[in-house]
Design a protein around this ligand. Structure first.
Ligand SMILES: Nc1ncnc2c1ncn2[C@@H]1O[C@H](COP(=O)(O)OP(=O)(O)O)[C@@H](O)[C@H]1O
Ligand SMILES: Cc1ncc(COP(=O)(O)OP(=O)(O)O)c(N)n1
Length: 262
């Protein structure tokens, strides 16, 4: 069985973070492992508290897994601060991790900071170059590109050229926050490809970014090309949103069981 590691924060409500990642791995029939960077108190209405683990704890968790188990792919989500980013970057290099999908989590949809403001540069300088695929949403892409306005599909196309100057990683700009579309744009090598999808009329989009990046990591572990891994992950997230769950009174979670329970 293929083995996939997530390095991310815990979401007590189970919709995003480590919990979404492990559910996604399970649905893709890969073995999931987790490195927890922070514990958030969170529900469908928002984040009320964050306790970040020490970089020593993160280091020890990664070493414990990597010294014992072969890892076929890694998904990276919420990292909280620069010290943890530097630790993760160092250990990626030491253990030569492959198939790395970086979701540059910065802020929750409900507006809570999940990355300290001064850590953005470390993320760009230290982690971006190590990732095989990065998956910013419109807000994160704009933050990485020094405030470049990205609100439309045209803006997304322009922004991939700016990304090309920063990194040779494949970049998937997620269009979930476009007004009437949910199209994502993949730029890889010197090509780009749109993954179109209709915008589903629902508030239940908590954890969509986490789910998509974990699905891509699972598909890479299973041996798919980047283009196909993104295609299959896009189908998975679209189905998980279409069948999303009315849990809680805010933004409910996606449904990872929709292919099993019909
Ligand atoms: N309402 C929606 N209908 C269809 N797809 C959506 C919707 N909202 C998000 N998505 C898709 O979910 C994935 C995550 O995107 P996005 O919500 O932009 O990321 P994040 O959760 O990081 O903000 C993307 O593939 C995006 O197109
Ligand atoms: C612990 C934790 N990690 C990441 C997120 C962000 O999740 P994401 O899927 O990018 O988007 P929203 O759920 O915020 O819409 C999170 N909330 N918690």
């Amino acid at each position: 069985m293929k083995k996939v590691l997530t390095i991310a924060g815990s979401d007590s409500s189970g919709g995003a973070g480590i919990q979404a990642d492990l559910k996604t791995f399970c649905a893709h029939k890969v073995y999931g492992m987790s490195i927890i960077t922070a514990v958030t108190a969170q529900n469908t209405l928002g984040v009320s508290h964050i306790e970040t683990l020490s970089s020593l704890s993160v280091r020890k968790q990664i070493e414990a897994v990597a010294e014992d188990i072969d890892i076929d792919a890694v998904k990276i989500g919420m990292l909280s601060n620069a010290e943890i980013i530097l630790t993760v970057a160092e250990l990626i290099k030491r253990y030569k991790f492959k198939n790395i999908v970086l979701d540059p989590v910065m802020i929750s949809t409900t507006g809570f900071d999940l990355l300290e403001k001064d850590a953005k540069e470390a993320l760009i300088q230290e982690l971006l170059p190590l990732a095989d695929v990065i998956t910013p949403n419109l807000h994160e892409a704009s933050a990485i590109l020094d405030g470049l306005e990205i609100k439309s599909k045209d803006d997304m196309e322009k922004s991939v050229h700016a990304f090309r100057k920063l990194t040779s990683s494949a970049v998937l700009i997620k269009g979930g926050h476009l007004v009437d579309d949910a199209a994502d744009l993949l730029a890889y090598e010197d090509k780009f490809r749109w993954y179109d999808a209709p915008k589903i009329n629902t508030n239940n989009t908590h954890g969509t970014g986490c789910t998509l990046s974990s699905a891509i990591a699972s598909n890479l572990a299973l041996g798919l090309s980047v283009e196909q891994a993104v295609f299959d992950a896009k189908e998975y997230i679209t189905g998980a949103i279409r069948n999303s769950l009315d849990i809680g009174s805010g933004n409910g979670p996606t449904n990872h069981l929709y292919r099993l329970i019909r």
